[in-house]
Design a protein around this ligand. Structure first.
Ligand code: UDP
Length: 340
């Protein structure tokens, strides 16, 4: 079985990708330091897979610790690098922590991986690299605009760093950059899902916590945008679908079929939904009411963004399978499981 190192493998997208890797016949090896995840994720993974997933509690920005893991594991064939801070608002409050962690951990990986002959990297990027796009849907060739937050800037910088490192003499690393749209929902087993620490920043956990009575009401951040109902448009992709895109990316890297050493793919459904549509679809899919009111715009939000998902379909053979309603129903099932 081919070993794939998953940094941030106890996190939201990381844990779902670990499941898909294992079920596709890879051997995932997790590194995580639980700074933004919980140890209970490991038991959720055990329940789903029926065995323990190899795990190392380290900060992947710690070069010596990373070397220790690579030495101990031996023959790692590739790395999926999820480990990063991801809250837009927090990044405005603590920009240096974001640069140190997100850029620093990538630099460490890029320095250490060649020492161990690891030549394949999948990098978690984000549609935030597009900034506020001039035209929709966004394609991989759509020029990036200034990021609206330090978080977005770290993703732009990391993409640039990977390109520059790939161009250096003697480089052997091949990379795929996956630009995620908005991941939502949870594994069908409801044993893993999104675990926000404290008050959720993201829409869906806020919706499910409100429906569960844990929050009084959802505030919708603005209804005066130039969109059909005035609320923001995003491309919401089920997290298991998103996880599967990583398997296709790893396979492509291992097959060495790519014409370029760095490739970039949008990973979204190709469809946009407004915040109000999401709330209404949630209510229909679950039979739950969501108490909400309209509040002011949230700084840094772009009015609308959704993916052109043509390239990922044509090149990686990847298509999303889960509807918005089913994705939201899975998020609700996960929320209910948390209360138990
Ligand atoms: N949103 C909202 N209320 C909330 C959280 C989010 O109206 O409590 C909106 C937000 O303005 C955006 C969408 O939901 O239009 C998705 O936000 P999220 O933070 O989940 O993801 P982002 O698109 O910012 O990465």
């Amino acid at each position: 079985m081919k070993k794939i190192l998953v940094t941030g493998g106890a996190g939201y997208i990381g844990s779902h990708t670990v499941v898909e890797l294992a079920q596709a016949g890879f051997e995932p090896v997790i590194i995580d330091d639980f700074r933004n995840s919980k140890e209970s994720v490991l038991s959720g993974l055990r329940d789903i897979l029926g065995r323990d997933v190899p795990f190392h509690r380290i900060d992947c920005g710690d070069a010596e610790a990373l070397r220790g893991v690579l030495r101990a594991e031996g023959n790692i064939e590739g790395v999926i690098h999820f480990a990063a801070f991801k809250a837009v608002g927090e990044s405005v409050q603590k920009p240096l922590a974001y640069f140190r962690n997100n850029v620093g951990s990538l630099l460490t990986l890029l320095e250490v991986l060649p020492e161990f002959g690891v030549e394949n990297l999948v990098f978690s990027s984000s549609c935030t690299v597009y900034g506020n796009p001039d035209a929709l849907p966004v394609r991989e060739t759509t020029p990036t605009k200034p990021a609206s937050s330090p978080y977005g800037r770290t993703k732009q910088m990391c993409e640039d760093i990977i390109h520059d490192a790939a161009g250096a003499p003697g480089n052997r690393l091949h990379s795929i950059l996956l630009r995620y749209f908005n991941p939502i929902g949870a594994h069908a087993s409801a044993r893993i899902g999104e675990l926000p620490l404290g008050v959720p920043n993201n829409l869906i956990p806020f919706v499910t916590q409100t429906a569960a009575g844990l929050r009084e009401k959802l505030t919708i951040f603005g209804n005066d945008y130039d969109t059909p109902d005035g609320t923001n448009i995003r491309d919401y992709i089920h997290v298991v679908d998103l996880a599967k895109a990583h398997i296709a990316a790893v396979q492509r890297l291992l097959d060495r079929t790519a014409p370029e050493v760095v490739e970039t793919f949008n990973v979204g459904t190709g469809h946009g939904n407004t915040v109000l549509e999401v709330v209404q679809t949630f209510e229909r899919a679950t039979g739950q009411k969501v108490n909400y009111s309209i509040g002011p715009r949230r700084p840094g939000d772009v009015p609308a963004i959704y993916a052109d998902a043509t390239k990922v379909a044509e090149v990686l053979g990847f298509k999303t399978e889960t509807s918005l309603a089913d994705s939201l129903a899975s998020a609700w099932k996960w929320q209910l499981s948390l209360a138990k």
